[in-house]
Design a protein around this ligand. Structure first.
Ligand SMILES: Cc1cc2nc3c(=O)[nH]c(=O)nc-3n(C[C@H](O)[C@H](O)[C@H](O)COP(=O)(O)O)c2cc1C
Length: 387
């Protein structure tokens, strides 16, 4: 009870006090707020006692939320989406905030600075973000080195281990032509494959020229064939079964394009789809100075994401689906799982709701399950008949 009261106070104080101050101080360039948070998380994560306290307040430990997907144990169904963390040293602090999994990245084969700043815009009244980041990252080789150092650190101090599945997202280096894309992705994959529990192939970023074209049938065929061949090679090299591979799609695909794309994914044995990335559309967004470049995220994306999930579940019932786009509440997450997602994740909701976000979503999922007399999260999936 005490921890629930403190969690509630944490949520309110973030929304009423910390968030307005942080947003005001960084109104010219919201990315400064993000960098500040990542630095604090790096510091917090180093102190095992503080990490334990954080976890006590923020983490829902109910066993009814646990599930195994692609052989990995997910303690909670909602994770943190790609783009938030690219620094492995921030993972212990982030994991202590209660997500069920985290996807780090996206990383590209070559180091890149991304687009010029400012490249994030906030629309707080609608809980929306527009980002035109352009995948800034240190490059796959350096990122792999950082993950290796992080692993050595966790071997020395096991208390730093995130203890949740960590995915790694890779994408295409700026300036790569679609013809060269398979070689570019495979190079990033070779460096980073050993460091993730699962791998995400991001071919839907709207902020990097040419990436979205990779979802077209011809390029997708060539790309996924090369990637899945490389995965088999890397798995054989490590003498272990291949790690799960997910591909992230854009909500801006037409149904025929999505259909073709799903066919290709199934042909090459991709394990699952992450639906969806940010949208280039601005439907429903109100406000001044709305940039026309960049991808929009947040609640305005929610209906489209659910529509995509329903469609994928119907067309490709065997594929795992990770639903993402506009989740703000536990009810949103619950309904997205009912629409067909095995797992869900969020980015923008976490930015607007702060450190208690994952706990409040998980508690609400449990309340919804109790209302409908559902004894375990697995019975929310369409292929599992309710007991
Ligand atoms: C600032 C920002 C950076 C992002 N960077 C990435 C990225 O590097 N790779 C990726 O696949 N998605 C990226 N995304 C997309 C998110 O992972 C997510 O798919 C999208 O924001 C929709 O979810 P949301 O409404 O919960 O934010 C980014 C989103 C934001 C807002």
């Amino acid at each position: 009870m005490l921890e629930k009261i403190i969690s509630f106070l944490g949520l309110v104080s973030y929304k009423r006090l910390i968030r307005p101050l942080l947003f005001w101080l960084t109104k010219r360039d919201p990315e400064i707020a993000h960098q500040w948070v990542i630095r604090r998380l790096r510091q917090l994560g180093r102190h095992i006692l503080i990490k334990k306290c954080l976890r006590w307040f923020t983490t829902e430990k109910d066993l009814r939320l646990r599930q195994t997907v692609c052989g990995l144990n997910f303690p909670r169904p909602i994770g943190l989406a790609e783009g938030f963390v690219k620094d492995p040293l921030a993972l212990p602090g982030l994991a202590a905030l209660g997500p069920g999994f985290i996807i780090a990245g996206s990383y590209t084969a070559k180091e890149q600075a991304g687009n010029p700043r400012p490249r994030i815009w906030r629309f707080p009244k609608q809980g929306t973000l527009i980002n035109f980041m352009g995948l800034p990252n240190v490059g796959a080789e350096k990122a792999a080195e950082e993950f290796r150092e992080f692993r050595e650190l966790t071997e020395k101090y096991p208390g730093l281990k995130p203890n949740i599945p960590i995915g790694i997202s890779i994408s295409m280096s700026a300036g790569t032509t679609p013809e060269r894309a398979p070689a570019d992705y495979c190079q990033a994959l070779e460096y980073l494959y050993p460091h993730g529990d699962f791998i995400v192939i991001n071919i839907s970023c709207p902020n990097s020229v040419g990436i979205a074209a990779l979802q077209g049938k011809e390029f997708a065929n060539r790309l996924l064939e090369a990637i899945m061949r490389m995965v088999k090679l890397l798995a054989a090299r490590a003498d272990k079964p291949p790690k799960p591979i997910f591909v992230k799609v854009s909500p801006d695909l037409l149904w025929e394009e999505l259909n073709d794309f799903l066919e290709v994914c199934q042909k090459y044995g991709v394990n699952g789809i992450i639906a969806v990335n940010t949208t280039i559309k601005r439907e429903g967004l109100k406000g001044e100075n709305i940039p026309d470049k960049g991808g929009m995220s947040g609640p305005l994306l929610y209906e489209r994401a659910c529509e995509f999930i329903r469609y994928i579940r119907q067309k490709a019932p065997k594929l795992i689906i990770v639903g993402v786009g506009g989740i703000n509440t536990g009810k949103d997450a619950f309904d997205m799982i009912l629409a067909g997602a095995n797992l869900v994740m969020a980015y923008t909701g976490f930015v607007y709701q702060g450190p208690m976000f994952f706990r409040s979503v998980n508690c609400e999922i449990l309340r919804e399950m109790e209302k409908d007399k559902i004894p375990h999260i697995i019975y929310l999936h369409s292929d599992k008949p309710k007991p």
